[in-house]
Design a protein around this ligand. Structure first.
Ligand SMILES: Nc1ncnc2c1ncn2[C@@H]1O[C@H](COP(=O)(O)OP(=O)(O)O)[C@@H](O)[C@H]1O
Ligand SMILES: [Mg+2]
Length: 423
């Protein structure tokens, strides 16, 4: 089968690495990819949010399967478009329909979904730009601090603001409803603040049945000991040791099953990954958010622990045979450490020469923001590389990644040396 993978970050290099190991994959294209994915298949310059361009490419190259890395093409309806168009209606698209993608594309939609299907989550209210006074009154009279404000739509990971006092919250809310995040914040969800430790559960579903993939925890802050601004993610560990069988039983019964049931009940076509962002509050799991794709950098620790042939799994998803599949997991722990460009998550330079990859042989180095130019490997993004290692324990894995993160060089390189500090 010929496969087209959409995206160009560390998550996509991990997907490309895993897909290219499958004898079922005859040819892999990655759009747009990076210098790492180019070692697993052929990078193609396609606009992944242009459904027409994707359709043309898929037909011209007889692609049988499309694996969607990031959320944007899903929210943009790539599933629906390919499904209805002649020549691509048979193609397996790993990712939900536009309706399913609303679980990530609209916080308000996700909150309503969870409320309807009895899925534990923070209590909430929602407000719209047309009635800002309702929201201000709610904050001044009813809300309890800290106050969690969430832009309804996609806001590049910046749409959630946690305010420690009411007046800050009022000011922030007015900015949001006033269009701070464009259309995405014309509606705002105000949530109860939950206090606990976060982790991520990844589910693969064929719309009928589901399989739970290895659990992970990521580190979002730029600074050590979880300080400073949020990033796309600076590292991850799988499995997080505090997520035990008792917790996973609660997650499966209270959250995963009702989620799948809810999708079916609403008639939503969903054949792909569900990323459930969870928080453990005194040992009880609550959903923080849904994402409709795998996480980055969590994919870089989840896929190296998955023993199954990923293409075989995807075909089972397409044919709705997932119930008959057994997920096999490497018992070892995995950790990944992100090497970032100096300045990230603010402004940063690109085009710095990367050296020392050859010495990182006991890690798997996934590329995130890299490109080849004139025979050299150059930085090409804020997050540059993800250094993944496997070890008997997560501490062993982290130690190997730390050693190799130190040995790889590029000007301005930054990484957190404390991944796993809280475990
Ligand atoms: N109700 C809540 N209580 C406490 N912290 C929250 C709550 N909702 C979100 N957060 C924090 O904000 C982060 C981002 O929120 P999330 O809903 O995952 O938005 P997104 O990833 O789309 O920016 C979460 O990872 C969590 O740390
Ligand atoms: Mg999140």
């Amino acid at each position: 089968m010929k496969i087209l993978l959409l995206g160009g970050g560390g998550r996509e290099h991990a997907f490309a690495w895993k897909i290219s190991q499958s004898p079922l994959c005859k040819k892999l294209y990655i759009a747009p990819g990076n210098a790492g994915t180019a070692t697993c298949g052929e990078n193609v310059a396609l606009d992944i949010e242009d459904n027409g361009a994707l359709h043309n490419f898929i037909v011209a190259h007889a692609i049988g399967m499309v694996v969607v890395g990031p959320e944007a093409p899903l929210v943009n309806g790539v599933w629906n478009y390919l499904h209805k168009m002649p020549g691509t209606s048979h193609v397996a698209v790993i990712g939900p329909s536009m309706q399913g993608a609303r679980l990530e594309g609209s916080k308000s939609y996700a909150k309503r979904f969870m409320a309807e299907f009895g899925i534990p989550a923070a209590s909430y209210r929602e407000f719209v730009a047309a009635k800002p006074d309702d929201a201000v009154n709610y904050i001044r009279k009813k809300a309890r601090v800290p106050i969690v404000l969430k832009a309804d739509g996609l806001a590049a990971g910046k749409g959630v603001v946690i305010c420690q006092d009411k007046e800050t919250a009022v000011a922030e809310l007015q900015d949001m409803l006033g269009g701070k995040f464009g259309e995405a914040s014309r509606k705002v969800v105000i949530e109860e603040f939950l206090s606990g430790i976060e982790f991520s559960v990844f589910v693969l579903t064929d719309g009928e049945s589901y399989k739970i993939l290895p659990v992970a925890k990521d580190y979002k802050r730029i600074g050590e000991r979880d300080t400073g601004p949020n990033t796309g993610g600076m590292g991850a560990v799988s499995p997080p040791p505090f997520v035990n069988e008792v917790m996973m039983k609660k997650v499966e019964e209270r959250i995963i099953r009702p989620t799948i049931r809810g999708l079916k009940k609403r008639g939503i076509e969903y054949q792909g990954f569900i990323f459930i962002g969870l928080i453990s509050v005194d040992g009880e799991p609550f959903v923080i958010e849904y994402n409709v794709r795998m996480g980055d950098p969590e994919t870089e620790v989840v896929l190296p622990r998955l023993k199954n042939d990923l293409v075989e799994l995807f075909i089972a998803v397409k044919e709705r045979r997932l119930a008959g599949v057994t997920i096999e997991t490497d018992e070892r722990a995995a950790a990944t450490i992100i090497l970032a460009s100096g300045g990230y998550p603010g402004g940063y330079p690109k085009g710095k020469t990367i050296t020392g990859l050859g010495t990182a042989g006991d890690s798997i180095v996934f590329h995130a923001g890299t490109k080849n130019s004139g025979g050299k490997l150059l930085t090409n993004g804020g997050r540059v590389l993800a250094v993944t290692s496997l070890g008997k324990t997560f501490r062993d894995a982290i130690a190997i990644s730390n050693k190799n993160a130190a040995a790889i060089e590029f000007e301005g390189k930054y990484f957190r040396g404390d991944i796993g500090f809280d475990l």
